[in-house]
Design a protein. Structure first.
Length: 164
């Protein structure tokens, strides 16, 4: 086939059906909208959640309370077993190095180290939070923990989080 003779195969393209262009076109008169009613009028759409005039669900239910979604902290969790497998003795475990070793996805999100697994190497942890069990295991292996708030906080301690 020559470069200049490119075209679609026979039957691959069809003419667009123009609605509202006379009865002979097959889609004249009501133009496929049926007879009368709101849906047949121009601009005759309803809004999302419309229930035909009945009080919609989102207006029947009370809107009360508070949601914490805009204030919540998003943590990336790393276990000691993962760190043990990827790091050599004497290395620094921080956000950028965790991203480089593919243990976390983003360096700008808060990182918490949990105590699942064992550590046999002396490592320096420079992360946002470390669980109490992880801190004990790290220090037992001869490592150091450096967190912005100054150390481990008990898991689930909301007041300690608020103070930091």
């Amino acid at each position: 086939m020559a470069d200049f003779n490119l075209h679609a195969p026979v039957g691959a393209t069809k003419k667009r059906r123009r609605i509202g262009r006379g009865q002979g076109s097959g889609l004249g008169t009501t133009a496929g909208k049926g007879n009368k009613g709101q849906q047949s009028r121009s601009g005759g759409k309803t809004y999302p959640g419309f229930e035909g005039g009945q009080m919609p669900l989102y207006r029947r239910l009370p809107h009360r309370g508070f949601t914490n979604t805009s204030f919540k902290k998003e943590w990336q969790v790393v276990n000691l077993s993962q760190v043990e497998a990827k790091y050599a003795a004497g290395e620094i475990v921080d956000g950028p190095s965790l991203v480089a070793k593919r243990l976390v996805k983003r360096a700008d999100v808060l990182v918490k180290v949990l105590g699942d697994g064992e550590v046999t190497k002396a490592l320096t942890f420079q992360v946002d939070k470390v669980s109490a069990s992880a801190k004990a295991k790290i220090e037992k292996a001869g490592g150091k923990v450096e967190t912005p708030s100054g150390g481990a906080t008990p898991d689930g301690d909301a007041k300690a989080d608020a103070r930091s």
